[in-house]
Design a protein around this ligand. Sequence first.
Ligand code: GLA
Length: 387
Amino acid sequence: MRHNASALFRATFGVAPRAAASAPGRVNLIGEHTDYNGGPVLPVATPLRTTVAVGPADAGVLELISTLDGERARIDWREGRATGWSAYLAGVMRELDTVGAAPAGAGARVAVASDVPVGAGLASSAALTVAAAKALSLLASVRLSPRQLAGVAFRAEHDYVGVGCGIMDQMCAALARPGHALLLECASLAARHIPIRGRLLLVDTGTRHELTAGALNERRAECEAAVARLKLDLPELVWLASWPARWLPRLKRALPEPLRSRALHVVGETARTRFGAQLLARGQVRRFGELLYESHESCRRLYECSAPELDLVVAAARRAGALGARLTGAGWGGAVLVLLGKGNGRTGRGEAKVAARIRRAFATAFGREPSITAVRPSGGARGGRLG
Ligand code: GLA
């Protein structure tokens, strides 16, 4: 992939790139819609990556080419607003400029090659912004720490592009370790790497919800409204995820629907995620799997971020004997994560059999096949200067 971005750079601009970097997509095991509420998340990095190759350009100019759409673009990022995927790169450039880590004159040529599908709930935008932040800071000869890279990438997406995302995706793309999940407490940013036992399948339903960013912003606004109301009971409350779990009756009384359901999901998911991380660390994969099914149910019923295709895959996985399954990422379409025991599922059926049963159930209901792949947790951003 790194090679592809470099080849694309050369073919487009007629010279060799000076630096290149790559960053992974992510699959969140549990902890959905908790990050922007100050709760914990537990993602792994995918083997699928986005690679960015860069070189110098005229001052203030971004010259872009990508396998995402094959279109070439030239933007003056300091003037007006970029749109589409160029906006993510303009945002990264602005944030790097702010922290003194942008290339000379803050101009760059950028080639992007990616095998992280867009809109599948696998955080393709974080793979792009973290890889771009790393490559462009290397071009500027500035070494940013993984946390600094994640910060630049988060502000590019959240502040510049205007997506109400949390910090999970960028932290995972920057910090992930092969073979491990990342337990991240999003209020304190305390992070711990937990070795993964069990095997993971990713079922991409191919359903893309075009309004994901809009729906995410709406949910975020609902959570903020819930906090504003709950502050009357608990003035020191900053994050919705910090509402004490033993005060659920009080929360139910205080909030009208739909804020009540949203808040119940966030508080319940926070407890599930912390417990789940303990189980995983102790190697109790079976019990961990049950939490995944509970998490999906909470996403479906309380947070209302599922879709019929996702529900069907989760039900089929359960029937096929998987230890756990749930939608992963924002939801409203995208992919389902399936957890299997070492080499087989609960009833002793192998990975291929579970996959075949999911595929059959999906084809019967929707007349097409989902894409099913094994996920081996990979590592975070890496890169270097070239030549
Ligand atoms: C999107 C956001 C993440 C997170 C998830 C839901 O992927 O980018 O920050 O909020 O939704 O858990």
